[in-house]
Write a protein that binds this ligand. Structure first.
Ligand SMILES: Nc1ncnc2c1ncn2[C@@H]1O[C@H](COP(=O)(O)OP(=O)(O)O)[C@@H](O)[C@H]1O
Ligand SMILES: [Mg+2]
Length: 243
């Protein structure tokens, strides 16, 4: 299997908070979840991989190339924000086509590409609507379309399901897995929901206080750890983790 993202000895200092010695390899076509409490640094880690910060040390490689000098738009990454981050003054069509317009693609190409992706994500009927009029699921599918229309190799998603009701969530779990297959997109997402991480991901990383403490196969998530903070975080009872 080919490594698509390689994070090595990565540090990022934000003053009162820092990411410490992050090591993370993600293979092509994997779905990986980062699990951690609020404030543990999950968003900052995603943003670091996307290239939002300058003052970091260590190395991040995408497709075997160091990306420290590669701007966000050239990292081949799609980012779906926690609150979806749609442009409120633009229609769904304009939201989705935004990146293609920035790339100066011609109008016919844009129309065709948006049409295709809207069909895949079942949002063809809402292209003229504005974000304020959409349901949570529609907002998320629009945000996904906006990211995927640029054919990213990597999709980063920050708590993608937290704003959705339980039924929409279940539907989106299925849809994201389909996206992973159809678009051959490697997915890294963050969540604080154990169940969600296990349903969605092949492997799960556990983040505590800016450290990525362990990365495990999802099926082994609740096997005891040598790290008591992780056992506590996951609610693994003490009598089960005496070595
Ligand atoms: N741009 C920033 N400047 C300074 N501190 C930040 C910045 N962004 C996030 N932080 C801090 O970093 C810590 C981790 O934040 P975050 O990654 O958003 O946590 P999580 O996503 O796990 O809830 C928090 O204490 C937050 O206040
Ligand atoms: Mg966050």
């Amino acid at each position: 299997m080919k490594k698509l993202i390689e994070v090595e000895n990565f540090y990022m200092n934000l003053g009162s908070f820092s990411l410490k010695n992050i090591n993370l390899d993600i293979y092509e076509n994997e779905i990986v979840a980062i699990l951690g409490k609020t404030g543990s640094g999950k968003t900052v880690l995603l943003e670091s991989i996307a290239g939002f910060y300058k003052n970091c040390c260590g190395s991040i490689k995408i497709d075997s190339k160091k990306v420290s000098d590669t701007p966000i738009e050239n990292r081949n990454i799609g980012f779906v924000y926690q609150d979806f981050g749609l442009f409120p003054h633009m229609s769904v069509f304009d939201n989705i086509s935004y990146g293609l317009k920035m790339q100066k693609k011609d109008k016919m190409f844009i129309r065709e590409t948006v049409k295709k992706i809207s069909e895949t994500l079942s949002i063809s009927n809402i292209l003229h609507q504005y974000p304020g009029t959409l349901s949570g699921g529609e907002k998320q599918r629009t945000a996904l379309a906006r990211a995927l229309v640029l054919k990213p190799k990597i999709l980063l998603m920050d708590e993608p399901f937290s704003a959705l009701d339980p039924i929409t969530k279940e539907k989106m779990y299925v849809q994201i897995k389909e996206i992973n297959k159809i678009f051959r997109c490697t997915i890294l997402f963050v969540t604080h929901d154990f169940n969600e991480a296990q349903i969605m991901a092949n492997r799960i990383g556990i983040m505590i206080n800016g450290e990525l403490r362990r990365i495990r196969k999802s099926i082994n998530l609740f096997e005891k750890y040598k790290d008591d903070e992780i056992n506590k975080f996951l609610g693994i009872r003490e009598e089960l983790y005496s070595d």
